[in-house]
Design a binder for this molecule. Structure first.
Ligand SMILES: [Zn+2]
Length: 388
């Protein structure tokens, strides 16, 4: 079915949709699932699709997930099936995730007699910053089969870094948590020649920028990294005017649930109290992004075994370190054990080390990854359900 999955993927690639409502994509998913004998429902709060496949025999339920949304990127790949939605592109390969999950559904539907239990197929919108998985959990996706799923799996394709058709995984942290810190230092404006008559927010903001790095290195174990990057600094209009305010925006990445829990208070405390020490105030907003994506070690072992069995002995590699990006499948893995895996989709003939990475307008993904995604997802469900 490789050719059919590629055709579906190309169709999806032409119509990239961003966010929590992806009506054209949703319609194609519904059409692709027709005739497979699934119990299909669509989301109320978001444009999701949940399909339940019942095996011939009783048993537990497992979940397979594919995200459906695209990015606000203008495509520059030159692919024959290039985006027809100007300004939007499947630059993160979620079109392959949808096609791969449809492939898994077909493989599993054909093996219904072997299946002892149910498979929940989670077609999710709004992965790219819209918390789509959280909405679907709130709408009951984890209990869609009538009972809580015992395991959950997802695969993410990579347009570079990983060789084509190679699956990678690691026990524990697979991806970082990503939060945002916004600081407004509020002072009192004045003449740059007489700073003692003003309350300068610029010097205070500068001190906060450096102090945030001191929090990173003095308050957190060096073996469990924390990254704070101030990406935006804004204040003032000209050289000799002290402004009223100064603003800082930072991204905060953590790699353990413990540090993700601990870090907001510490960053907020430093910003507020440095401002207070100088007689100014700091208004600090800390926004939680996606939590840490944590893989269950036993499920990663299963992924390795299944991948080697269904794709080939060289088709699996252990990832040496987590990815610093964040992923909202983290919400699912907070609730149930499972594995989030990467799959190389670097175009054949290109060097994985230099190929354009996910989110690039030039990112290209090889269709040859599709049968691997379908087979590994189906294999994981079959293997877990066989365990009872
Ligand atoms: Zn993605």
């Amino acid at each position: 079915m490789a050719a059919e999955l590629a055709a579906l993927r190309h169709d999806l690639h032409r119509i990239p949709e961003q966010g929590l409502e992806v009506p054209m994509t949703q319609a194609r998913v519904l059409a692709a699932l027709e005739g497979l004998g699934l119990e299909v429902t669509t989301g109320t709060a978001v444009g999701s699709v949940v399909a339940v496949l019942r095996g011939a025999r009783p048993g537990p339920a497992v979940l397979l997930r594919g995200d459906m949304d695209a990015l606000p990127v203008t495509e520059e790949t030159g692919e024959p099936f290039t985006s027809e939605h100007t300004g939007f592109m499947h630059a993160c390969g979620h079109d392959l995730h949808v096609a791969g999950l449809v492939g898994a559904a077909r493989l599993l539907a054909a093996r219904r007699e072997e299946l002892a239990g149910s498979v929940v197929l989670m077609f999710q919108p709004g992965e790219e910053g819209f918390h789509g998985a959280r909405y679907m959990i709130d709408e009951g996706v984890l209990d869609a089969a009538g009972e809580r799923v015992v395991a959950a799996y997802a695969i993410h394709v990579a347009s570079s870094n990983t060789p084509l058709r190679v699956v990678t995984g690691r026990a524990g942290t697979a991806m970082a948590a990503s939060d945002q810190l916004y600081v407004t230092v509020r002072g009192r404006g004045g003449h740059g020649s007489m700073p003692h008559l003003a309350a300068d927010p610029v010097t205070v903001a500068a001190e906060i920028v450096l102090a945030l790095q001191t929090v990173v290195t003095r308050q957190f174990d060096a073996h469990d990294p924390v990254v704070v990057s101030v990406g935006r600094v804004a204040a003032g209009t000209t050289d000799n005017v002290i402004p009223e305010t100064a603003q800082l925006d930072a991204t905060v990445r953590t790699f353990s649930r413990e540090h993700h829990e601990a870090i907001p208070d510490r960053l907020v405390r430093v910003a507020e109290n440095i401002a207070a020490a100088h007689g100014l105030t700091a208004e600090v907003t800390y926004e939680r992004g996606y939590p840490v994506t944590v893989n269950d070690p036993a499920e990663v072992d299963r992924a390795e075994r299944v991948t080697r069995a269904v794709v080939g002995p060289d088709a699996y590699e252990t990832a040496k370190q987590p990815v610093s990006g964040a992923e909202d499948f983290a919400y699912v893995l907070q609730e149930v054990p499972g594995a989030f895996l990467f799959l190389g989709a670097t175009p054949a003939g290109e060097d994985p080390a230099t190929a354009p990475y996910n989110h690039s307008p030039q990112a290209r993904f090889d269709d040859a990854a599709l049968p691997v995604a379908a087979a590994v997802l189906a294999g994981l469900a079959l293997d877990r359900l066989a365990e009872g």
